[in-house]
Design a protein around this ligand. Structure first.
Ligand SMILES: CC(C)(COP(=O)(O)OP(=O)(O)OC[C@H]1O[C@@H](n2cnc3c(N)ncnc32)[C@H](O)[C@@H]1OP(=O)(O)O)[C@@H](O)C(=O)NCCC(=O)NCCS
Length: 161
């Protein structure tokens, strides 16, 4: 495990020994992180969060309690995941976000509370995702709409980055 300078990792966090966390990232609460996952600098990962294997999280990403990120997901820089529909509800209106395996979230996207991003789907940079995204779709815009119903094969998998 490689934890770079200025990180704050809570004692309750369970990070696989192969995980790498870059500078000044905060991981607090019961956060689980799977094998071979890399978390960039200046991220906040808070509360009960599950992050799978081979996930790539770029810098300045906010991930609140309840979020589930499955294996092989890519999260671009500055992505904000939200969990409180009517803040500050102190948990009353918390609706967790799930990002399914192989999905790719473009830089600066905002994922609203309760949304599920389907397997292998792509969220365009800067999109605001207000509703569930089916599997293998590309969505863009505010509110995010389907741009194409099938992700071309050459875009699937981490190698496209
Ligand atoms: C969503 C995405 C995959 C679409 O790529 P593409 O299918 O090649 O799309 P194109 O570039 O051909 O654009 C097609 C149309 O969608 C629009 N578009 C593309 N991406 C968009 C976005 N993120 N938001 C809004 N509109 C977008 C284009 O303006 C174009 O519109 P037009 O038909 O009116 O001219 C890509 O634009 C994107 O956002 N990738 C994520 C990049 C990123 O955040 N990387 C993070 C690591 S650096």
């Amino acid at each position: 495990m490689a934890i770079h300078e200025c990180c704050a990792i809570s004692k309750d966090a369970k990070l696989h020994k192969t995980v790498e966390v870059y500078f000044c990232t905060q991981i607090s609460g019961n956060v689980e992180v799977g094998e071979n996952t890399v978390i960039g600098s200046h991220c906040d990962i808070l509360g009960d969060v599950k992050i799978g294997k081979n996930v790539r999280i770029q810098s300045q990403v906010f991930i609140p309690s309840g979020t589930i990120i499955e294996d092989d997901v890519f999260i671009g820089p500055g992505v904000i995941i939200l969990n409180d529909k009517y803040p500050p509800s102190k948990g009353k209106h918390w609706r967790p976000v799930t990002i399914c395996s192989g999905a790719s979230i473009g830089g600066g996207a905002i994922i609203l509370p309760g949304v599920t991003i389907g397997e292998n789907s792509v969220v365009g940079a800067g999109s605001i995702v207000t509703k569930d995204v089916p599997a293998s779709c590309v969505v863009i815009g505010n509110p995010a709409r389907i741009q194409s119903a099938v992700v071309p094969k050459d875009r699937l998998g981490m190698e496209r980055y």
